[in-house]
Design a binder for this molecule. Structure first.
Ligand SMILES: *[C@@H]1O[C@H](CO)[C@@H](O)[C@H](O)[C@H]1NC(C)=O
Ligand SMILES: *[C@@H]1O[C@H](CO)[C@@H](O)[C@H](O)[C@H]1NC(C)=O
Ligand SMILES: *[C@@H]1O[C@H](CO)[C@@H](O)[C@H](O)[C@H]1NC(C)=O
Ligand SMILES: *[C@@H]1O[C@H](CO)[C@@H](O)[C@H](O)[C@H]1NC(C)=O
Ligand SMILES: *[C@@H]1O[C@H](CO)[C@@H](O)[C@H](O)[C@H]1NC(C)=O
Ligand SMILES: *[C@@H]1O[C@H](CO)[C@@H](O)[C@H](O)[C@H]1NC(C)=O
Ligand SMILES: *[C@@H]1O[C@H](CO)[C@@H](O)[C@H](O)[C@H]1NC(C)=O
Ligand SMILES: *[C@@H]1O[C@H](CO)[C@@H](O)[C@H](O)[C@H]1NC(C)=O
Ligand SMILES: *[C@@H]1O[C@H](CO)[C@@H](O)[C@H](O)[C@H]1NC(C)=O
Length: 824
């Protein structure tokens, strides 16, 4: 009280003293220092002019508040409010630094209605509005920050603000919604980053969870339908390893303003303004009712495409049918058949068929996940062995997640999400409950029959192959596993003799080409199946067991845009891999052939581009191996009967892992014209080096010209150089292969070139990931950044003889084309 009156006197004095002073200097300042203040009609502006701090009234309100907003956007959107719970009733309030060194808002009676409330007072503090929109109170001398608005946000997150959570105390920086559009006082909703076992974003309605983002997989929040444009804005999770972590984001494009606001209805919205135009909402957390936390109760799954939106997971039924039918889903679902593992315990040892897992695809992961870093197979096993484990899921960017309490907040997506494996009793694995008895009987009889057949079949096969028959999952019997819908692959080991006879003793006439790892032959197995046999050059001191192990692992990679590995052979020094045979050879035999290229119309070419992208994405992200191809090029893209692309040679980099760097660099290294600068110069590779090669492929597919053998003039000796030149002169349409040039596709084709140029930028960090590149190609991301000039690759001179030799060696399945091209 005393304090209030004391400062009143002072302020009145200052008012008199400084009024003339203030008028003279105006208020183009970003700082309030001790004797200074701002009154209702005045503002302070950040140094770069982006943010304004001043007094405002919300729509439909006459109350005055001190707040902050963007200076350059016509319709202002207040991003921070000081005295949100105690409005000024008149326009005679002031903002100043109090005697005790706090930033304060005083009303017409000079009473403090808001304070930054810092206790340890310092001499001469000042408050500055930084360019980032952070209002900081700092000590004059040392500049140390006493208080900052970024740690006390209202309802908005600005770029570079940190949503910090202290893991030990659970304290966090939280957004709190306004009560209403017209009332900025603290509303019911708040949002913060949250760590149960995995970091997530949450919105609460009072103390009840209202929305959750799903865990962060180091690229996206996996429980949010894919909104890549959101994550493009430099989203990151930072764990400072000192007991706190935070989410933050940054925008590199200065012509775009973007922030996130928690609306008074509890909706987290991404709001952006481009070139000073009005704010537009470009993303929001609540798209459908399904996004509301726990909409369908325990074990209920929400699908916004269905009516009614809620359904029980397979093997579960509504807990209260009446309520459920009346669309009150809050009680959720319960298990139809008790689990064997709990049954055994309670009835004292009545054994039965073991429980299994039902796969539910494209799901939002339930809340309360437990996490472990084990690999996928181990994850399943751990869960199967522990009766309290109710479900598990494996996500390559996260690891193994398992659940031991009721599954809550489940949602089915139409894209994205994870495969959730839910534990159910054995009988639920066959869908029809009534047929249980019949099926059990059939299964028993069937099992015996199949087991006998399998036994004899194996014997026969083993004899036929003259070798071992490798089994991947040793444990469990064959039948039980296949009943669990788990596809098991068995990789046949073939003998050298057999492969020799299949390829007519590796006859030259059967040679399809020469790959980076050795020659490739066409062959026919005794059963008539056509195969391609890759005879690996002698390399690597890698042990037999390790080699086979790799082969087995790689044979598990299955994707329709990857060539299928059918078998392998190891005898002494000889190592061979057997692939499915692709009748249409490789992409380069079409693309760079004057006659064949006519067959590749634009639609087809775009399909090929997409297919390659998907295959690559699978290698990088979706397969648990995270394979970097390192030699992606037109001749490694094989085409099936329908000209669908299949990437080949994808596992070889891994099989030869590490070794080739030292011993065999020349042969195994990438191919001239497709190698990213960091790989070519320093031997460093990452997913982004594959993206580079993908970019080159994109440009080649669109233009029908080879990057490496391209020659325009002395300065421009590569397709990349030419593409850049044309881009700079705004003339990229000349790149388009005349064969595919159709006006109706022009935009799409130009977009491809643009994405191609983004992929071939010099710095790996500038290139998009494959996943983003695909979204760009499919126009899921509308605005594309401007590519930077690829300096390294565009100034290279034309390949000399030595180089072209090397290309031939490192070359492809089809030798002929290469020779003609380089015969120039
Ligand atoms: C302001 O008040 C008018 C009239 O009552 C109403 O139509 C309008 O929706 C209100 N605007 C806001 C933002 O609340
Ligand atoms: C200032 O902070 C103290 C404790 O830090 C708290 O008790 C007090 O209520 C706060 N005052 C205001 C006006 O926020
Ligand atoms: C801050 O300190 C400097 C010297 O350390 C002094 O010249 C200046 O007047 C001070 N500013 C305020 C607002 O007290
Ligand atoms: C938030 O919670 C309150 C009280 O629990 C409830 O009345 C209100 O409907 C909830 N709001 C929303 C949007 O669900
Ligand atoms: C839904 O069911 C729950 C549990 O029985 C009950 O508490 C709640 O009031 C019901 N809600 C409605 C809207 O009927
Ligand atoms: C299962 O049995 C073990 C020992 O027989 C006992 O310790 C445990 O509590 C039982 N669990 C349940 C869920 O009944
Ligand atoms: C699993 O997670 C729950 C909730 O997050 C936690 O209470 C429990 O202790 C965890 N269990 C294990 C084994 O980590
Ligand atoms: C089974 O899982 C529960 C909870 O996740 C855990 O507390 C328990 O230690 C596990 N038991 C074994 C044998 O791993
Ligand atoms: C920034 O965004 C604007 C609007 O979307 C776009 O026109 C511009 O090209 C972008 N600039 C950069 C450097 O990405």
């Amino acid at each position: 009280m005393c304090y209030g009156t004391c400062s009143n006197h002072k302020l009145v004095m200052f008012l008199v003293l400084l009024s003339s002073f203030c008028l003279e200097f105006g208020h183009a300042t970003d700082t309030i220092a001790a004797p200074n203040f701002i009154k209702d009609s005045e503002t302070i502006i950040s140094n770069d002019g982006e943010f304004i701090l001043g007094f405002f009234s919300p729509v439909n309100s006459t109350y005055r508040y001190v707040g902050m907003w963007y200076a350059k956007v016509s319709a202002s959107h207040v991003v921070w409010v000081a005295n949100r719970d105690r409005p000024l009733k008149t326009s005679s309030g002031v903002l100043t630094i109090s005697e005790d060194g706090n930033l304060v808002v005083l009303n017409e009676e000079k009473k403090i209605i808001w304070t930054s409330n810092v206790t340890n007072s310092v001499s001469n503090p000042s408050a500055q509005l930084l360019d980032s929109g952070n209002l900081v109170l700092k000590e004059n001398n040392t500049g140390s920050i006493l208080w900052e608005s970024f740690q006390h946000p209202s309802d908005s997150v600005l770029p570079r603000m940190k949503m910090i959570t202290d893991i030990k105390t659970g304290k966090n920086v939280r957004l709190t919604s306004w009560k209403r559009h017209s009332d900025p006082s603290v509303g019911a909703f708040f949002a913060a980053s949250y760590l149960s076992n995995l970091p997530e974003m949450f919105i609460w309605n009072d103390s009840k969870p209202y929305w959750r983002s799903g865990p962060w997989n180091s690229q996206i929040f996996i429980g949010t339908p894919p909104m890549y444009s959101v994550y493009l804005n430099g989203f990151s999770l930072v764990d400072d390893k000192e007991g706190t972590f935070y989410f933050t984001y940054d925008i590199s494009n200065k012509s775009m303003l973007l922030h996130y606001t928690l609306s008074s209805e509890g909706n987290l919205e991404e709001i952006r303004s481009i070139n000073g135009k009005d704010w537009v909402v470009t993303w929001s957390s609540l798209v459908s009712e399904c996004d509301i936390y726990g909409k369908c109760g325990a074990f209920g799954s929400c699908n916004s495409q269905n009516s009614p939106i809620c359904s029980c997971l397979e093997g579960f039924e509504p807990k209260n049918m009446e309520e459920w039918n009346g669309r009150n889903w809050s009680s959720g679902c319960v298990r139809r058949t008790p689990l064997q593992c709990t049954r055994v315990n309670s009835t004292g040892g009545e054994e039965g068929q073991k429980d299994g897992f039902l796969r539910v695809k494209m799901m939002k992961t339930p809340d309360f996940a437990n996490w472990s870093s084990t690999v996928e197979d181990e994850c399943r096993y751990q869960c199967l062995e522990n009766c309290s484990c109710i479900a598990y899921a494996y996500e390559s960017g996260i690891g193994c997640m398992s659940w031991s309490s009721d599954l809550i907040d489940l949602q089915k997506f139409s894209t994205g999400g994870v495969d959730l494996y839910v534990r159910v009793a054995y009988s639920e694995l066959d869908k029809k409950g009534e047929l249980k008895v019949i099926i059990t009987v059939t299964v028993v009889i069937g099992s015996v029959f199949v087991a006998i057949c399998t036994f004899f079949l194996c014997q026969w096969m083993a004899k036929r192959k003259g070798g071992i028959y490798l089994k991947l999952h040793g444990e469990g019997n064959h039948l039980a596993v296949s009943m669990n819908k788990d596809k098991l692959e068995e990789l046949p080991i073939l003998s050298r003799e057999e492969l020799a006879s299949a390829t007519n003793n590796f006859d030259q006439s059967n040679k399809l080409g020469q790959g980076g790892f050795g020659p490739v032959y066409r062959g026919k197995l005794p059963d008539g199946q056509e195969v391609a046999v890759k005879r690996l050059a002698r390399t690597s001191g890698q042990g037999l067991e390790e080699f086979m192990n790799e082969v087995v692992v790689i044979s598990k990679l299955q994707h329709r845009n990857l060539v299928r590995l059918l078998g392998g052979c190891v005898e002494g020094e000889e190592k061979m891999l057997v692939y499915e045979y692709m009748p249409n050879k490789s992409l380069d035999t079409f693309l760079f052939d004057p006659v064949q290229r006519e067959l590749l119309k634009w639609r087809k070419r775009f399909d090929i581009i997409e297919g390659i992208g998907r295959g690559l994405l699978y290698l990088h992200r979706d397969s648990r191996l995270r394979i970097i191809h390192r030699d992606l090029k037109a001749s490694n893209i094989l085409l099936d009967e329908e000209l669908n692309p299949k990437i080949s040679d994808f596992g070889l980099a891994r099989i030869f892992g590490g070794n080739e760097d030292q011993a065999n660099t020349k042969r195994v290294a990438g191919t001239y014209g497709y190698m990213s600068p960091e790989y070519a110069m320093q031997g460093r590779f990452s997913e982004k080096s594959d993206v580079f090669s993908f970019g080159v492929l994109l440009l080649e597919i669109v233009s029908g010209r080879r990057n490496a053998s391209f020659y325009y003039d002395e300065q421009i000796a590569s397709l990349l150089g030419f593409a850049w030149k044309m881009w700079e002169t705004d003339n990229i349409a000349v790149l388009i292969d005349p064969v595919i040039s159709e006006p109706c596709f022009k935009m799409e084709i130009l977009r491809c070139i643009h994405v191609g140029l983004l992929c071939v930028q010099d710095f790996a960090k500038d290139r998009p990931s494959v996943h983003v590149a695909i979204s760009m190609l499919k126009s899921e991301i509308i605005e594309l950044p401007r590519p930077k000039q690829p300096v390294f690759t565009t100034i290279q001179v034309a390949p000399e003889t030595e180089c072209s030799n090397r290309i031939r060696i490192a070359g492809s399945v089809d030798n002929v084309t290469i020779t003609t091209v380089y015969g120039r």
